[in-house]
Design a protein around this ligand. Structure first.
Ligand code: UDP
Length: 438
């Protein structure tokens, strides 16, 4: 039998704790939380190292059996946007070294998440001899390609990413598209890449009878309902869905009083639990756009919802839609699929890897409301096809995308790097903690 590992997941801005109501919590928080829990369930000891953003939080939080969240002191203990965090990464590194010195133990393997934690992982690998793997979650070159001047990432980001690619033991790509980006844009050595996709919690996300879900949420039992769940960012392009709805509606008049004449769009997400256009400017933009296009009466916003409530929103849907410009992986299509709902997604990033075109949903090009309107027309008018796709979606998730499958693949990867470097560690007592600039 193999010994359990001590694993440190480094995630400087995305903490599992933020899932309990934090505004900016997205896919990375879920990834670190679910992966950590599943690894702990396999018997490993897991630390999530995240930046302290609250002065009153304890240093160590027991997050579940075998899993701790460690609040690392780096920068002011308050919420900061992730674009402000780069300057504090040397402090982050030093505080982690202090923790290990105090506890008299280093982990067996580090797993960096996002580029700044990747830098910390490469530093700790170098200074402490702990092997490191890394998941980028999003790549600077891709972001720059799509966002141009709107990209507010620190100027050093891409150079740091290039050095992470060279310096860690393995890079984890979450989909074939990310493999291509890492090789083409960063010159990554394909033999040092591991393709391990993200997963979905199939106990949290499971099908709920549609009528029951709608009753619980106070939604019209008869409407045809399109649901978007996710962060409210321009790159998620919910505007594309509003535009497609506006293209669809005039053609639906032939359906008279049937629900097909007036499909509705429900938008779930935002910085606050109420749909507030001040806290979430994108909600204001979408409302104005819907007004200009004459579909404001068909679009509703809920604001942010907790993960445990989301299965009701997905299950209430006739179809879930997400058409981002780009998407490093995309957990929300998987969550909808786990709830037995067909997904229309843009054919970018991880989405073609999760949504099987024609089987579990439909793929459309990004920034193309006409194609989306066609795909919506096809699914909204064919209830039996939707049912078939929804069942196939749940089956695909159960087979391929559970977190336990993901954690087992990750465990194999950790063991392969822990074995290859485990001997070469410096002795704990030799550790010094000092200031070094990034
Ligand atoms: N999410 C949530 N409440 C909301 C909207 C989104 O908990 O109101 C969660 C959603 O369930 C998903 C995550 O935020 O797990 C978004 O992950 P995804 O990979 O789709 O996008 P990212 O945030 O990483 O860009």
């Amino acid at each position: 039998m193999q010994l359990p590992l001590h694993i440190a997941l480094i995630s400087e801005h995305a903490s599992p704790v933020a899932l309990l109501g934090g505004a900016d919590a997205g896919g990375q928080n879920v990834y670190v939380d679910e992966l950590g829990r599943e690894l702990a369930r396999l018997g490993h000891r897991v630390d999530v190292l995240t930046r302290r953003d609250n002065p009153y939080a304890p240093r160590l939080v027991d997050w579940g059996p075998g899993m701790r969240v460690v609040n690392v002191d780096a920068g002011p203990p308050q919420l900061l946007s992730k674009d402000e965090l780069w300057q504090y990464m040397p402090d982050f590194r030093d505080d982690v070294m202090r923790l290990w010195l105090l506890e008299g133990e280093r982990p067996d393997v580090l797993h960096g998440n996002f580029w700044m934690s990747g830098w910390v992982a490469t530093e700790l690998r170098k200074l402490e001899g702990v092997p490191a793997v890394h998941t980028f979650h999003a790549l600077g070159t891709t972001k720059r390609r799509h966002q141009g001047h709107a990209d507010t990432s620190p100027a050093e980001r891409v150079a740091v990413e290039e050095s992470i690619v060279r310096r860690v033991d393995r890079i984890i790509a979450q989909c074939p598209c990310e493999v291509a980006e890492l090789v083409d844009d960063y010159g990554a050595d394909p033999s040092r890449l591991a393709l391990i996709h993200g997963g979905v919690n199939t106990e949290r996300f499971h099908p709920v009878n549609r009528a029951k879900a709608r009753r619980a949420l106070g939604l019209d039992p008869d409407a045809l309902l399109i649901v978007y769940v996710g962060r409210m960012l321009p790159r998620k392009d919910v505007r594309n869905i509003v535009r497609a709805l506006a293209l669809l509606v005039p053609h639906q008049h032939g359906y008279g009083d049937s629900p097909l004449a007036q499909p509705r769009l429900l938008v779930v997400g935002g910085e606050t639990a109420e749909p507030d256009p001040v806290a979430t400017p994108e909600i204001g933009v979408l409302r104005r756009l819907a007004g200009e296009l004459g579909v404001e009466h068909l679009v509703d916003f809920t604001g942010r919802r907790q993960p445990d409530e989301l299965r009701l929103y997905y299950s209430a849907a006739d179809v879930a839609v997400t058409t981002p410009w780009y998407e490093p992986f995309g957990l929300t299509p998987l969550e909808a699929m786990a709830c037995g709902v067909p997904v229309i997604g843009s054919a970018v990033g991880g989405i073609p890897h999760t949504v099987e075109h024609g089987v579990t949903g439909l793929l459309v090009p990004p920034r193309d409301p006409e194609s989306l309107a066609d795909a919506l027309r096809e699914l909204l008018s064919r209830p039996r096809l939707r049912l078939r796709m929804g069942r196939a979606a749940r089956a695909r998730v159960e087979q391929e995308f559970t977190w336990s499958t993901v954690a087992r693949r990750m465990e194999d990867l950790y063991r392969s790097v822990a074995h290859s470097r485990g001997e070469a560690r410096p002795k704990m007592a030799a550790t010094t903690v000092g200031k070094r600039t990034p």
